[in-house]
Design a protein around this ligand. Structure first.
Ligand code: HEC
Ligand code: HEC
Length: 283
């Protein structure tokens, strides 16, 4: 430690003690909050517990006085701005009071905390516009010719209703832009010729050593014994287009990702389940 001048050694020691004790006391202050919770979400939780929990429950799952705002489809679907509006203005004519005494910052913190009760660690604010993304999904992007979202769309690709609930936005973007794809299990394109000489194009949805479940492009399922087939030609390229990099602009991709993330996977159900559907686990 030759760089420390001898005379100031004790001074430095004191400075260190002061610094360290300062740190520990500020750590001790934080100690009252649970480990991974930042200050602002702790403030959100405090406000929530004091102002909302009496009716909506500590976990947001509701009570005899108020609806479930953690797993309720409506509450999950509201944007942050809509939630803030409901908190600030109440819902006139119902038991939901207006919280005019809360500052804008407090309202924001409650919304953030509500998002964590809903199972999202933070509000997912994405650069794109989900409305434009929806139009692209069902329009220019032609995604809906193959993918279904909330019961609408095609079946040649996996149902994407719950895809984004578990995927990171950048990963979703990468999936759309992938230029090399090998067909996923259950989405393997093939052309076959039946014993009667009929030629069918479609997807191998399932198979074992002897039989084959085949779905043709009109959606109908066919079961074949492999030994009965005159010919079976598997295609090694996925049906999912690989040219979206050229077909969609960067901001259009943002819109699409925003739309996929905005889809409420439980829109048709009441439960809080965020599990990926078993049948979509084709990888
Ligand atoms: C006195 C009881 C009460 C308190 C306190 C209360 N709420 Fe509500 N809240 C209700 C009722 C009742 C409804 C249902 C209104 C309706 O019928 O549309 C509701 C509705 C809501 C909704 C809309 C839910 C939906 O699915 O449409 C949200 C969001 C909400 N409350 C959030 C909060 C937050 C956040 C707080 C605390 C800042 C809070 N509430 C405090 C009674 C309460
Ligand atoms: C011609 C049919 C087709 C079109 C059009 C299509 N896809 Fe796909 N997509 C597929 C298939 C089939 C898969 C399954 C994986 C594979 O085979 O590559 C897939 C996979 C995906 C995946 C990964 C899903 C997962 O569970 O891993 C995403 C995300 C996706 N597509 C999004 C889109 C979007 C967004 C569009 C529109 C811009 C689109 N797809 C257009 C057929 C299509």
């Amino acid at each position: 430690m030759s760089w420390i001048p001898k005379t100031s050694g004790s001074l430095l020691g004191i400075a260190l003690v002061v610094l360290v004790s300062g740190l520990t006391s500020s750590l001790a202050q934080r100690g009252s909050h649970s480990k991974n919770v930042s200050n602002s979400s702790a403030a959100g939780r405090n406000t929530y517990n004091a102002s909302c929990a009496a009716c909506h429950g500590l976990d947001g799952h509701g009570s005899d006085k108020a609806v479930n705002i953690a797993a309720g489809a409506d509450a999950q679907h509201f944007s942050d701005a809509q939630l803030s509006g409901i908190i600030a203005n109440g819902v006139p004519g119902t038991g939901m009071p207006a919280f005019r005494n809360l500052s804008a910052t407090q309202v924001r913190a409650v919304v953030q905390y509500l998002r964590s009760l809903q199972g999202r660690s933070e509000a997912r604010t994405l650069p794109g516009d989900p409305k434009r993304g929806k139009a692209l999904f069902f329009g220019k992007g032609e995604c809906s010719t193959c993918h279904t979202i909330s019961g609408e769309g095609g079946f040649l690709g996996p149902d994407l209703s719950r895809y984004a609930a578990t995927a990171e936005p950048t990963a979703i973007r990468d999936q759309i832009l992938k230029t090399q794809r090998s067909p996923a299990f259950s989405y393997h394109p093939a052309v076959l010729t039946t014993a009667e000489g009929e030629r069918l194009e479609g997807l191998i949805r399932n198979e074992d050593n002897f039989s084959l479940q085949f779905q043709t492009k009109d959606g109908s399922f066919h079961l074949f014994q492999k030994s009965d087939l005159r010919n079976l030609e598997r295609r090694d390229t996925s049906l999912m287009p690989t040219d979206y990099r050229d077909r969609l602009s960067s901001s259009e991709l943002d819109d699409l990702v925003s739309f996929l993330v905005s889809v409420n996977p439980d829109a048709n159900k009441a439960g809080p389940s965020h599990k990926k559907k078993e049948e979509d686990d084709y990888e």
